[in-house]
Design a protein around this ligand. Structure first.
Ligand SMILES: Nc1ncnc2c1ncn2[C@@H]1O[C@H](COP(=O)(O)OP(=O)(O)O)[C@@H](O)[C@H]1O
Ligand SMILES: [Mg+2]
Length: 405
């Protein structure tokens, strides 16, 4: 049941071939499945394709079982008669669609009414041709094959883009998590090594001061003690920036502390409001909220020229919302496209690590940044006895767990 086959190289893979041009399609060996009950019409069609310069490997089938069996193989195009004994082109088209194979389908019939042609096209046929007008066969077939390959290439490129965006998002989130873990580890080392040594030094110097009769020694020791006190203060400041110990007292206390420190340092009025006293927060959420507020306040200091700032923390309908707004100069969407600005981009990724998201709005004057985190059933586990946020984690007693977002 098969007409002569071309001997060229196997047809190129149907995937990812945007670059297939008309000429290369015409040059390669096209695998054509021909649904046709007349051997003579089949031979004529084959001859027409060869005359048109195509290299084809063509197989004829004339029944539904034969067609279904043939669909198990790869084809570049299906050419189908409209009416066959006990079978039809439209049913074949449905079967082809149901198989999930992405193969262009051309109707090639002795006669086909306008209604049938329209229905076929609506059902996904690439084209329809009349057997008495075979001149159009080669261009129509090449066009159908190329359009299909272009569509597949687009689809593959879209999928690749989606995957690559997903990988990028995962990488950015992993980066945020690693940075926090690293910060926690450095803070621990400063606490244990540097802090430990400075405390010991403090004791030793005090001992020397107590046991020395020399005024000069005692004066020198007093000056050394001052330096040590400075170093202790500096290491505590560094530790706090690396891992905000205030979070141990809960997110509410930490935000309260942050807003009053901001007001003291910048002279910009900062009001903190919340209706939450103690709330159960999944691991990572307090730190994400804390870092979000920290970046928003840094941005206000750097860019907003504001005179008033408001921070609101609410828990409603199972979603924790942290809103930081200022009355500054406002923000334009172009500001967020700056190549070297990663603060707000980082906040989006950070929010993603706990299933949340960040919204920014600015209408003329003022900017509002909102972090929303659905708490998935862990909502409103108020514990009035605790008085502070309960960090839901296994190692509640280990503050280094903050590193594990
Ligand atoms: N509160 C704000 N008021 C006005 N402009 C802001 C504010 N926050 C951010 N911006 C603008 O958005 C840009 C991007 O911010 P960000 O991503 O944090 O990067 P960076 O602070 O490093 O520039 C800033 O450069 C600034 O122009
Ligand atoms: Mg910033």
């Amino acid at each position: 049941m098969s007409a002569g086959a071309g001997t060229g190289a196997p047809a190129a893979s149907r995937r990812g071939i945007l670059r297939v041009m008309m000429s290369s399609t015409a040059e390669r060996c096209l695998r054509v499945l021909h649904l046709e009950d007349s051997e003579l019409d089949h031979e004529l069609t084959y001859a027409q394709l060869r005359r048109g310069g195509l290299n084809v490997a063509m197989t004829r089938v004339d029944s539904e079982p034969g067609f279904l069996r043939a669909l198990e193989q790869d084809w570049d195009v299906v050419l189908s008669d409209y009416n066959l004994p006990g079978f039809s082109g439209l049913v074949a088209l449905d079967l082809l669609k149901a198989s999930g194979a992405s193969i262009p389908f051309l109707l090639l019939s002795g006669e086909i009414g306008e209604d049938a042609a329209v229905e076929a096209m609506r059902n996904g046929a690439s084209d329809y041709l009349l057997k008495n007008n075979m001149a159009r066969l080669v261009p129509a077939l090449l066009h159908a094959v190329e359009a299909n390959e272009t569509r597949l290439a687009h689809r593959a490129a879209d999928q690749e883009l989606v995957q690559s965006r997903q990988r990028l998002r995962e990488l950015a989130q992993h980066l945020q998590t690693s940075v926090e873990a690293e910060r926690a580890a450095i803070a621990r080392e400063i606490h244990d090594d540097v802090g430990g040594s400075l405390t010991a030094l403090n004791f030793d110097l005090a001992w020397i001061a107590r046991h020395s009769d020399s005024l000069a020694v005692r004066q020198r020791v007093a000056s050394a003690l001052e330096t040590v006190a400075h170093a202790i203060e500096a290491s505590q400041r560094v530790m706090h920036n690396l891992r905000p110990a205030i979070l141990e007292q809960g997110l509410v206390a930490a935000l309260q502390w942050m807003s009053s420190r901001f007001e003291r340092r910048t002279g910009v009025a900062c009001r903190f409001r919340t209706d939450c006293d103690a709330l159960a927060l999944p691991p990572g959420v307090p730190l994400v909220a804390y870092r979000t507020a920290q970046e928003a306040l840094t941005n206000i200091t750097k860019h907003a020229a504001a005179t008033q700032v408001a921070i609101d923390l609410t828990l409603a309908a199972g979603t924790l919302t942290l809103e930081i707004s200022d009355n500054g100069r406002g923000l334009r969407s172009a500001d967020l496209q700056k190549a070297r600005s990663f603060g707000i981009r980082g906040l989006h990724e950070r929010a993603g690590t706990v299933g949340g998201w960040v919204d920014l709005s600015s209408h003329g004057r003022g900017t509002t940044l909102i972090l929303s985190v659905p708490l998935d059933g862990a909502d409103a586990l108020f514990d009035p006895a605790a008085g502070v946020d309960i960090l839901l984690r296994d190692e509640q007693s280990d503050p280094s767990a903050w590193g594990e977002l």
